[in-house]
Design a protein around this ligand. Structure first.
Ligand code: UT7
Length: 324
């Protein structure tokens, strides 16, 4: 059996951090409201001329460095984003060219905030089936470009950034669940909820890029239930329980969602990695950015059981269980 193991991790945040107080000068909001309702204190915003591909390339370079792997060993690049540089070609191909890779394949995945979890699951399937050996999975976003900066209900929530991992194939025995690598993945979506979180433009419908629109309270309501159920299913698939998990690396949308989910599945909140205060919601980049912070803080140890999850527009949601 071939298993996908994480060989390298890299992240990148744009230089400029924007505080809640700065936003309060532009829209009718306050640091107090944002912190109390979301846990967000600041977010990073890409500079003019800094694109999603630029953030992705930097994160990918750092992940390759961490893996000690030459870029030319990569035979697949999967880039999760809802804010591509262009409608086409895929931003993944810009990353491929910048890294000097001319073999293999590169494509984008669109699952909004669940994009990184969708990307990991796809990469895992490519590796398990023998179709790829070394895969770069990247989550990269410039959500600042699709925000309506007059809408206080959404513009205070999101930020820009990128994170990447290098996944490599390793041959293991079928029954080996103590070894490193991805142990279980579960993806879900339900298109009936499109109107709760969407962008009101697109090439085919309006020929514009559009702006993010969200019924926050509605999304919140579904988030805890959906995330908790997909996490349970993933744990069951691997035959482990919530108390076996050493580190929980969730999508970072709102600290109250993280608290609610941990409570619902009986997870010790001390095991939860929280970056929403510093990054805001960076959509597909949020899980790998949180992994990066956990690594920096020495909270990711070899042999740890790590549970990742995300939920976003669509709705889409999913979870990945892996041993570090
Ligand atoms: O990553 C994708 C998934 N996205 C999410 O998971 C987001 C999920 N939703 C949320 O995190 C929360 O629903 C929000 C943070 C978006 C909003 O928090 P809430 O507690 O659900 O607030 P609300 O939308 O019910 O609004 C409460 C009040 C409203 O005023 P009234 O109608 O009670 O007078 C809003 O107009 O807060 C007002 N409000 C604000 N006030 C100050 C909304 N945004 C702001 C703001 N500053 N930025």
């Amino acid at each position: 059996m071939r298993r996908a193991i994480i060989e390298g991790l890299g992240t990148y945040l744009p230089e400029r951090a924007v505080t809640n107080a700065e936003l309060a000068e532009k829209v009718d909001t306050s640091d107090e409201w944002i912190v109390e309702r979301t846990g967000i204190r600041q977010r990073h915003i890409a500079a003019e001329g800094e694109f999603t591909s630029h953030l992705a390339i930097e994160a990918a370079r750092r992940a390759l460095d961490d893996a000690g792997m030459p870029a030319t060993d990569i035979d697949l690049i999967i880039l999760a984003t809802s804010t591509p540089d262009n409608t086409f070609p895929a931003t993944a191909t810009a990353v491929q060219a910048a890294l000097g890779i001319t073999g293999g394949a590169a494509f984008d995945i669109q699952a909004v905030c669940s994009g990184f979890v969708y990307g990991l699951t796809t990469a895992n399937a490519f590796i398990a089936s023998g179709q790829a050996t070394n895969v770069l999975v990247i989550g990269a976003e410039t959500f600042s470009r699709i925000l309506d900066w007059q809408d206080r209900g959404t513009c205070v929530l999101f930020g820009d950034g990128a994170g990447a991992v290098v996944l490599s194939a390793k041959d293991v025995a079928d029954e080996d669940t103590d070894g490193e690598g991805i142990l279980a993945c579960r993806l879900r979506s339900d298109g009936r909820y499109k109107d709760k979180l969407y962008v009101d433009g697109g090439p085919s419908s309006t020929q514009t890029v559009g702006y993010l629109r969200m019924e926050g309270r509605e999304v919140f309501k579904h988030a805890v239930t959906n995330i908790a159920s997909v996490m349970q299913e993933t744990l069951e698939q691997a035959g482990v329980s919530a108390s076996d998990v050493d580190l929980f690396v969730p999508h970072q949308a709102n600290i109250r969602i993280l608290e609610g989910t941990a409570r619902k599945i009986g997870l010790d909140f001390n095991k939860v990695v929280i970056t929403v205060g510093e990054h805001g919601n960076t959509s597909a980049a949020s899980v790998p950015l949180a992994l990066g912070v956990a690594a920096q803080q020495g909270r990711l140890k070899k042999g740890d059981l790590v549970l990742l999850e995300a939920m976003g527009g669509g709705f889409t949601w999913g979870a990945v269980l892996l041993r570090w």
